[in-house]
Design a protein. Sequence first.
Length: 341
Amino acid sequence: MNSLILDDPGIFLGKHSQRLVLRKGGETLQEVPLFQVGQVIVSTQGATLSADAVNACAENGIPITFLGRRGEPMAVLSSPALTATVITRREQLRAYDDERGGILAYLLASGKIRNQINILRYFSKYRRARDPEVFAAVAERVSFMEALLEELASIPEAQVDSIRSRVLNIEGRAGAQYWEAVGALLAGRIDFPGREHRGATDPVNAMLNYGYGVLYSQAWRALTLAGLEPFAGFLHVDRPGKPSMVLDFVEEFRAPVVDRTILAMIGKGFRPEMIAEEGQPPRLAPGARKEVATRVLARLEDTHAYEGKRCRLRTILARQAGHLATFLRREGDYKAFVVAW
């Protein structure tokens, strides 16, 4: 399945026969049959979409995701038929007030930390011989994170409001160790001031934030198809306009999908172009945004061991959303996806 990325001002998305067509300045850039399109990502404010193309996407279950300049999801267009399920959503809302919400918060946080540990092990294993100081520094951080996993496991099952602060405290402490280790891995290659979220102006954080935005769009679609409500989460608190369930669900996929991709890009010498318009802080140039999006989407096509066989990460994402819905309906268990290193 193809992902159409509209990232260039002046680009136009239209429909011809049973194909989506990208044009700019009278020139046809790409034509893709509708049955081969998995999604449309709009990452520029200068794009134009025809009503015919939007209708065709809705009829064929193709979501259209709009990303801000720094990768934050702004809107998702999809057919209302995809969100017509009821039972799963009712159970999702009920789960907030019983033990299911607390269990899920723990599972998502522990899955995130385990994947962070494995990504650090993956990138540091090559440093054991040629850079033992970096290897030792990363190993020390991993040891701290493993101790925090044990602390997390000691939290009793309870309604999510009563344990959220403890879970987030441990997750935050583990995150601090993780990003210090990432800084050690990147030292001497590219400047990394530490993890920054909104308003990041350095290349590494800009790439990470944009990559997470692309991942959010994939998670949003998977949750919607599983019949879940993107705005009713457990680990992240509710706020108007905040897709808490999406933010919850991506936690276990951040490190294996986005972090691994960005660290690999930097390790292979990629240095994104940054631009700064008058009065605005630096941000990724359009070409760099497209490269990050393309690499993250390509990473989702990689295969990993899952439930006894090899599956693409995109498939794993969808199946995990289905397992999450099953868990909330009390029809099965949920286990976080942990990538092998």
